[in-house]
Each structure stands twice: as C-alpha cells, then as structure tokens.
Design a protein around this ligand. Structure first.
Ligand SMILES: Nc1nc2c(ncn2[C@@H]2O[C@H](COP(=O)(O)OP(=O)(O)OP(=O)(O)O)[C@@H](O)[C@H]2O)c(=O)[nH]1
Ligand SMILES: [Mg+2]
Length: 292
C-alpha cells in the first residue's frame, strides 16, 4: 500500500509553522526568524518514504492586512483551507486567542483538523495541559498534540497520526528528486530576505522584496545577481549603509549561508533599487510572484 496526500500548515505569525515544517522534513527548507511575517509565500515541502509521500504546505502567518501585499499573502493561506487532506493549525503554548472568522473556518473544514501546540519547551506542564483543554474545547480538533518544533520533540507523532488520515494513492511528485515545489532562485531570495530580517531594524525588513535576476551555475561556483527592492529612497540609504558597510555585511552573510546550503563556492552581487510603495502596487506584486 502507498499513501499520498496534502497537509497544510496554518496559524498566526511567529508560532513556528516553518520550524515545524522543517522538523517534519528533517531539512532547513523554509526560512525561520524570530521576527514575525518571515514567510510570505506558500512553500511546499515534500516528505518521501517508501510507503508514503506527504506534501506539506508552509504558509504566511494569519494577521490583519495593512497592505495589498498582506492581502496576497492571506489569499495564499485561504487556498490551503480547501486543497488539503489534513489541516494543521499551529499555536503557541501560551496563546488562547483566535479570531471568530478563523475559528469558524477551522471548525467547518471538511477534512480532519489537527491542533499543534508548539513551543512547550517554554512552559510548565500545567500550562501545556491548560492549552490542550482550551483548544480541545475551542476547535474540537480530531488530533491535538503538544510539541516543540525547535527541539524536535514529539514531531514524529504528527506523522504517525497523519498516516491514519492520508488516503491511498500514488506519489504526486517524483520521489527521487522533489523536496519542494520551489527552485534554488526562490530559496536564494529567501535566504537573503532572512538575513535582512536579522540585520536590519524596524520597518526595513517589511519594506523589501528580494529578486534573483540572474543565476549562473558553473562547475565550481554559482554566480548570483540579486536586486533588493525597497519602498522609499530613505530605505535605500539605510540598506546600503555608511560607506556601503551594511550591504557588504548582508552580501557576506548571504554568501556564507548559500555556500553552506549548496556546498559550493558562491559569488553574490547585491543591488538596491527603489520601487515606490511596491507593497500596494498590483503590477509590482505580480512581478514579485504574488500571483493570487
Ligand atoms: N522556544 C521555541 N521556539 C520556537 C519553537 N518553534 C519555533 N520557535 C521559534 O519561533 C520563531 C518563529 O519561528 P518560525 O518558524 O519562523 O515561525 P512562523 O510561524 O513560520 O512565522 P511566520 O513565517 O513569520 O508566520 C523562531 O525564532 C523560532 O526559532 C519551539 O518549539 N520552541
Ligand atoms: Mg514561517
């Protein structure tokens, strides 16, 4: 028997959705960062086994939209309620709040709902038990599991449960090759954006989009050109920094990370451009791959 299915991971920003998907895959595929709104696109991560293929979708955090960008991000989440075999709602151990309309969406799903209570390494056992009771009552999920995605605690139990709910069927993606639906250009842009989240403060990380304009693979080195778009001229100056120091640091850290991932030498060239208020510009958003 072979099982095959789609499992979509949703939740508020920063609860550890990407950390969880990476733990499930045993691979650092989706970018993780202490700041909220790290994930902007739906990213599929594929778990292959001799007997099954589970296609996970990591999604942007559900928040109140302030820009058209956020509406597009939320549209990517919306999709995931309707094309899954199982929906996983991730919450943090201390969180007891849920918007009414999200609650309704989760309770009327036609597929099993799992509630994953994450970050239990940060709380007492009694708090974990409280959380379990609260979410059982609030969302009436088929499965509820307290875990720590960061410490890979109890993550395996999710797969065990999923195999009870995932239908029989052939693999959707080539099992020998596919780990994601995204390519190296996409992950390169994500790696640079993650470094921007870490290196810059305040609104900067939320005002940039990263585009890989050229990616040339030679035998011993990958040569990559990247354009960083920001929303205003003042942000460009901050991104570049005094005597170009900030952008140099960003280039160096991005290169190091890429070289670790690719196990290969990398040359990366960063250029900063202004795309006025791109977060509210439909054409720019489309160009940047926010398709829905
Ligand atoms: N202590 C603890 N921290 C965790 C755990 N899981 C994730 N984190 C941390 O929580 C932060 C957010 O993790 P992400 O995986 O980026 O969260 P996300 O839900 O994907 O966030 P967005 O993409 O911004 O919506 C990171 O600093 C993680 O290291 C956990 O089990 N325990
Ligand atoms: Mg994420």
């Amino acid at each position: 028997m072979h099982q095959s299915g789609f499992v979509n991971i949703v939740g508020k920003p920063n609860v550890g959705k990407s950390t969880l998907m990476n733990a499930l895959l045993g691979q650092e595929l989706s970018m993780v960062n202490p700041k909220a709104q790290t994930t902007r696109h739906r990213i599929k991560g594929i778990l292959n086994d001799e007997h099954y293929q589970i296609v996970f979708s990591d999604t942007p955090g559900i928040m109140k939209p302030a820009y058209k960008l956020h509406h597009k991000m939320l549209a990517a989440v919306e999709e995931t309620f309707t094309d899954a075999d199982v929906v996983i709602y991730v919450t943090e151990v201390n969180d007891r709040k849920i918007e009414e309309d999200l609650k309704v969406k989760l309770t009327v799903l036609s597929v099993p709902l799992y509630v994953i209570i994450n970050k239990i390494d940060t709380a007492e056992q009694s708090v974990v038990e409280e959380a379990v009771e609260f979410w059982k009552e609030t969302l009436k999920p088929k499965v509820i599991l307290p875990i720590s995605a960061l410490h890979n605690f109890s993550v395996d139990n999710i797969v065990t449960e999923l195999l009870k709910d995932i239908p029989e069927g052939p693999a959707y993606f080539d099992k020998d090759e596919a780990v994601s639906d995204r390519n190296m250009r996409f992950f390169t842009a994500e790696i640079v954006r993650e470094r921007i989240l870490s290196l810059y403060q305040q609104e900067i990380p939320y005002s940039v989009e990263v585009v890989v304009t050229s990616y040339k693979e030679d035998e011993t080195i990958d040569r990559i050109s990247v354009v960083i778009y920001c929303a205003r001229e003042t942000q460009k100056a901050i991104l570049i920094g005094h005597q170009g120091k900030a952008i140099k640091k960003l280039g160096m850290e991005s290169r190091k990370k890429l070289e670790t991932v690719l196990e290969k030498q990398v040359f990366i060239e960063l250029t900063v451009k202004v795309a006025d208020d791109w977060r509210d510009n439909d054409n720019m958003l489309k160009r940047f791959g926010y398709e829905i």
